[in-house]
Design a protein around this ligand. Sequence first.
Ligand code: HEC
Ligand code: HEC
Length: 371
Amino acid sequence: MTRSVTAAIVVQVCVLTALCVQRTTAQEQMAEQVFKNVLVLKGIPADQFMDTMGMFASSLLYDCTGCHVDEILVDRSAFAIATPRIQRARQMVAMVNALNKTYFAGQPRVTCFTCHRGSGVPDVVPDLGLQYGEVSFDNPNAMRIFPEPAPSAGQVFERYLAALGGRERLAALGSVVAAGTYVGFNTNDLEVPIEIHARAPDQLATVVRLPTGDGVRVYDGRSAWAAEEWRQLPLMSLTGGNLSGARFEALTWFPVGLEKAYPQWQVGTRLIDDRELVILQGTRPGELPVNLYFDEGGLLVRSMRWSSTPVGTVPTRTDYADYRDVDGVKIPFRLVVTWTNGRNTIVLREVRPRAPIPAGRFARPAPFTPR
Ligand code: HEC
Ligand code: HEC
């Protein structure tokens, strides 16, 4: 595994009194510094580079060994070994860039998914079933919504907060400490313990206790890190859409703050699994939107967020279920997170609102160390 040391950028903030305060900003971990054989996807942070791999896997429905050699399963340095499909994929990146540049004014209108749509060999001949069939191929989780004038976003939030136990009780929820189980792509279907610490308005730390070591993720209100065994670096800084996604995840624990955290909300509706859901789309300047899906009772049942990469945008979906009453406030005890690299299920067993949180819980975690 590549463990290049990353350069911490130290910013000097000097004020007039000549007093200098040293502050370390988020670490720059560029893909080409971290990995050995990056030829086309240069100049992006390592976490976003991994999202490009998710985009490839998701667009072609290949797993990582669809392009990489099988040795990656036992030796991570083998990711750098070139294969004919890796060479082909590099050509495809160049092709996609050229198409967008030449014909779409540099806008990312063509991505791997545009042609591949879940197959290594894109279809050439149109499908009459699509033309005349009954089935809708409309993606219910699409980013785009069709804004409707009523109800207003404020009304949808009011209903949501009321369904959860009321604005007042929720506003008093300064912290949540929860414990339960986690099953994910990285546990081989094994249930392992998870601990969650959340502090209003937007701090979140999760620890997944794998037999091989603890996987830690932290959002401290400004920066986000992941120290997880499966990642390519023992401590990965999250950037771009992964950073705003970490913020969003933290915010969902405190719905009163969530409303204020996005300057603009729009409302739409969608039919998903025969249910008419109300969608709220939140936007912040410089970020892709987040979509929140509410059921008939006003509860949040799904969220979608996105991360853009040089080869297209990757989605992350969270489904919330099994809302239970904890001290007069409803909290979803089952969360399923689905993204391009896997699916994780979190089932809470114990939730303690307003529980004290140990000092330093939201500090930058130590790099992953095997148990
Ligand atoms: C469609 C083919 C394809 C799939 C599927 C794919 N990759 Fe890649 N991978 C590439 C290409 C192409 C490169 C080289 C990128 C470049 O040259 O900029 C690469 C490079 C990498 C590297 C950098 C290795 C090094 O040291 O240089 C890592 C790590 C990696 N991939 C991980 C993954 C993971 C994890 C998955 C599964 C989620 C995955 N890849 C799926 C095509 C693929
Ligand atoms: C404009 C359409 C188009 C786009 C966009 C596109 N591809 Fe392709 N891709 C193709 C076609 C066509 C083939 C050849 C399929 C065949 O063998 O008939 C192909 C083949 C491939 C193959 C070889 C598949 C195999 O099983 O041998 C890989 C890998 C691949 N593409 C990766 C990508 C990646 C990664 C992207 C995004 C960066 C991408 N493609 C974007 C059209 C496209």
